[in-house]
Design a protein around this ligand. Structure first.
Ligand code: DGL
Length: 225
């Protein structure tokens, strides 16, 4: 059994990828709505939510936990050794994927992730690409309110078009959707920035975790909490 958590619906994009790769695995998806949004919280608060989520999923029998949230992944190094061993954060794999070809990388993320410069530091450790990090916290609420590829309301459309201008001004050739919620709008964002390569940490992180696991024959059940 695998555990996946996020503050809300963002991690579902990672869940779909895990499910595609491991069709028979039982999965528990935990949305910590009580404490959402994570992006406006302090590092200590996010650390404590993350610890609690890992503990719940471990106690339910998870053999691995995917931290399908970039804000929570940014504090992975602060977890204790057992928590780190059980859980996979999604920032480093996405930073690696972006740094492979990107020379100018834009990151859109929550306020917390940008404040920590989580992607900037991860990319800076492996590449000399230029990194511009933009806090787009409001987009988290727009996704929680139901905006998705193919069904976006006028407010979201306007937000995305302003955001695309901000991104274009950075001269980016690569864009990291540095908050898993934003993967729900990957198609719309890609349409607005057709020449920019888009990296989804939700998908890249999920792929990385699954590749490190031996498949397990279970009933392929999913439990949402
Ligand atoms: N989906 C999360 C992330 O990747 C959290 C968004 C939020 O709750 O602010 O950062």
């Amino acid at each position: 059994m695998i555990g996946i958590f996020d503050s809300g619906v963002g991690g579902l994009c990672a869940y779909w990828q895990v499910r595609r790769m491991l069709p028979t695995e039982d999965i528990i998806y935990l949305a910590d709505r009580k404490n959402a949004p994570y992006g406006t919280k302090t590092k200590d608060e996010i650390l404590s939510f993350t610890r609690k989520n890992i503990k719940i999923l471990k106690n339910m029998g998870a053999r691995a936990v995917l931290i399908a949230c970039c804000s929570a992944s940014s504090i992975h190094h602060l977890l204790d050794a057992d928590e780190r061993r059980l859980s996979t954060p999604i920032i480093a794999p996405a930073a690696e994927a972006a740094a492979r070809h990107g020379r100018s990388i834009a990151v859109i993320a929550t306020r917390h992730t940008v404040r920590q410069s989580a992607f900037g530091n991860a990319i800076g450790a492996i590449s000399d690409a230029t990194v511009t990090e933009l806090a787009e916290q409001e987009l988290v609420s727009l996704v929680e309110e139901g905006n998705r590829d193919g069904r976006i309301d006028a407010r979201c459309r306007e937000y995305l078009s302003d955001m695309a201008e901000r991104i274009a001004l950075t001269g980016a050739d690569t864009l990291i959707l540095g908050c898993t919620h934003f993967s729900h709008l990957e198609g719309e964002i890609g349409r607005l920035l057709p020449r920019v390569r888009i990296i989804s940490p939700a998908r890249v992180g999920a792929t990385k975790m699954v590749r490190g696991l031996t498949p397990c024959r279970e009933a392929g059940r999913v439990t949402y909490m």
